[in-house]
Design a protein around this ligand. Structure first.
Ligand SMILES: *[C@@H]1O[C@H](CO)[C@@H](O)[C@H](O)[C@H]1NC(C)=O
Length: 270
């Protein structure tokens, strides 16, 4: 059952998210809800205790990103295109996550930044936090692009969500694929176009995280808080600035996993 669900999640989320070829990625992230994690959290207890699961989710996302070299805080926008797809695939196939819902739609843009935000805000009735998503996507449009060959952009968001009404932590992967143009001063404008909006909703399978805590904590020993995850997934405002190396604190050896199946690696308990 878990396997079937995982397989469906793999096919759909990967197929839906990995489509239009692009030249560059601007990445952002935000966290809604409360961080209920204990201050004494350990690699083991982040998987074992439901109140720590938001940190488990953040740590798995950071682990998946690092293992495929998707490092928005420290890598140039151009290099993130292929690693973003690899990251999405990694996340979609993690057996402790379940895809619950998604939106895959076209949005007509008339060139105004305000209208871009409005179109995203009104794109769907069921997806939570759309106004925040819309605002954050708008803020991801770079103000200035030095390299004029970068025309097709992916604006990508990781949204972490720890709902107060208990339940499992959730997260979303959002992407807007659009053309951006620059004037002679390299200032960015949005041409009239039909852009693509994709939002995939995931939640943690808490029971699975608990059942597999021993294996998971051995494989993913680095604790990454939701706040740190937000920093890791946020591109610097000045795209050329690659000095920020927020990844330095993540131990390299924790991320040596090759791109094979999580199920095999974890010897997953059903
Ligand atoms: C784009 O649409 C918005 C909202 O519908 C409108 O207020 C604005 O004037 C339009 N801009 C252009 C350039 O057509």
């Amino acid at each position: 059952m878990l396997f079937a669900k995982t397989l469906i999640a793999l096919i759909s989320a990967t197929a839906v998210l990995a489509q239009s070829p692009a030249n560059a990625v601007a990445s952002g992230a935000f966290f809604v809800g409360e961080d209920t994690t204990e201050s004494s959290v350990t690699a083991r207890s982040m998987f074992e205790k439901p109140e720590n699961h938001i940190t488990a989710v953040s740590s798995v996302l950071a682990f998946a990103a690092k293992s495929v070299n998707f490092q928005p805080a420290s890598k140039p926008a151009k290099s993130l295109v292929t690693t973003l797809d690899a990251f999405v695939e990694r996340v979609s196939t993690f057996p402790g996550f379940i895809t619950s819902n998604w939106v895959d739609t076209s949005i007509k843009l008339n060139g105004s930044f305000t209208q871009l935000e409005k179109m995203i805000r009104e794109a769907d009735d069921h997806i939570t936090h759309l106004p925040l998503i819309a605002r954050n996507i708008r803020d991801l449009v770079p103000g200035y692009i030095q390299d004029k060959s970068l025309k097709k952009w992916i604006l990508s968001l990781v949204v972490l969500d720890n709902p107060e009404d208990s339940g499992n932590p959730k997260f979303k992967l959002v992407r807007v694929v659009l053309d951006l143009s620059t004037d002679k001063d390299h200032t960015v404008f949005i041409p009239e176009q039909t852009a693509k909006l994709v939002i995939v909703d995931f939640h943690a399978n808490g029971a699975s995280l608990i059942a597999n805590a021993a294996t998971l904590s051995t494989m993913i020993p680095t604790i990454v808080s939701p706040r740190d995850a937000v920093d890791l997934f946020t591109s610097p405002k000045v795209i050329e600035d690659t000095t920020a190396d927020l990844w330095a604190f993540l131990r390299e050896k924790s991320f040596s996993l090759e791109a094979y199946d999580w199920q095999v690696v974890l010897n997953w308990k059903k």
